[in-house]
Each structure stands twice: as C-alpha cells, then as structure tokens.
Design a binder for this molecule. Sequence first.
Ligand SMILES: C[S@@+](CC[C@H](N)C(=O)[O-])C[C@H]1O[C@@H](n2cnc3c(N)ncnc32)[C@H](O)[C@@H]1O
Length: 239
Amino acid sequence: MQTAPETLYDSAYVQKLFNEMSATYGWVNLLSSFGFTWWWRRQCIRLAKLQHGARVGDFMSGQGETWHQIHKAIGAHGQIIGFDFSSGMVTLSAQNPMTRRGKVHISQQNALHTALANDSLDAVVAGFGLKTLSEHQMRSLAQEVRRVLKPGGTFSLVEISTPASKLLLWPYMFYLRYCIPIIGKLCLGNPDNYRFLAQYTQLFQNARRAQSAFQAAGLHTHYAELIFGCASAIYGYKE
Ligand SMILES: C[S@@+](CC[C@H](N)C(=O)[O-])C[C@H]1O[C@@H](n2cnc3c(N)ncnc32)[C@H](O)[C@@H]1O
C-alpha cells in the first residue's frame, strides 16, 4: 500500500511517524543496516571538515546518532546543537550519554526554520533526514543552512539512496520493503512505520535534487556516492 506524497511530506505526519518509531529506531537502524549507517554518518562528519572548537548544528538529529563522532572532531571546546521536531526523538536524545555529559544542547524545532541567529554556526550536518523532505522543503532547508552558516562555514548531509545498478537495486529495495519491517517488528516496533522507509527512499532516489537546492541557495556544493549509491551525500561551504 502506497501513501500519497502530499501526506508523506506533511510535517505533522512525519513528526507522528518518528514519535511512534522513536522507541525502536536506534536498534532497528543499527541491526537492519549491519552497521553501514554508522559508517555513512562517519563519512558525513568527515566531509563536513569540522574544526576544533566549532559550533555545529545537527539538523534532524534524531537521538543524537552523530554526536559522538562530531564531538571527536570538534573537541571539548566545540559546541553541538541538535534540532529535531519529534518530541519522542528529543525526549530519548536527552538520555544520550553526550547530552547527560552536557556536551549537547537539544532543541525541539523544525530544522527548516530554526530560531538560530544569522551567521551563527561553523557547520551544519544531517544524517538521514533528507528523504522525508519534499523538493520544496529541501529548498527551505538549503535557505536555512545558508542563513545560519558563518561565511566559510561548512555543511554535510547524508541519506540512504537507490543504487543505479539494477543488480543491486532489486535486492536492496526488496530488503528495505520486506526485511526491515520484519526487523522492526522483532524489535517490538510497528512494521507499518518501517514499511514507509522503502517508499520514502524510492521517491528520494538520491541527494542530487538536494544538491540542486543547495546550489540554488548560493552554497558551494559537492556530491558523493557511498557504496555504489546505496547512500549519497552532499557537502560544501558558504562563501
Ligand atoms: C531517520 S531519522 C535520522 C536521525 C539521526 N540524524 C540519524 O543519523 O540517525 C530522521 C529525523 O529527522 C527528524 N526530522 C525530519 N524532518 C524534520 C524537520 N523538518 N525538522 C526537524 N526534524 C526533522 C525526524 O523527527 C527524525 O528524528
């Protein structure tokens, strides 16, 4: 069963989806990706070229899955601010060891319109938040990233994608469509929620449209394909 795109990209709908998934997201994500998402986040952080002492916005931060890696890159004098609009995800991110150690400030906000001041961040990173954005929302995100980055500030965003090779695409989509919902159910989640992952991924394809949106917003943008296109990333800087 397919859900209409106007519903899929409705913010209230996405918030509800992640509220429901929040209790099982961490385990399902780790187990179902065989650790690949950990590796892709690491690539994403590397591409952001974070400096020691940097002030970094983690947009669509979930439960803080990237924070340990960001912290390693920016050191004790750096600052991480996590933005997520799902109350379920934000509540659980308060239990993340990085939050408990006072290393992260979490804010429940829409990443497309944050309360951040202009030119206030050294970098913006985002792991796996692009696929639930419509093309219009990607353009809003790009404008927001441009607004909040300091001149010279960097960004890097990664998302799972559909590989171009048909040999890989078929088993990959089969896995997303049928196996991940089973893993979700085994982890006591609602398999219907995990079924949407395949639909979002199929509609998203890859980060090329996000790249166009970021370029149109005036940001210098590069594109990277990870593991034969099973994930893609955009990264770059504001002049
Ligand atoms: C797939 S999870 C990714 C979480 C985490 N970044 C990671 O690497 O696993 C996507 C997250 O983005 C959040 N999200 C989606 N759209 C958002 C928006 N417009 N503003 C804030 N958060 C958003 C969801 O609530 C969810 O927690």
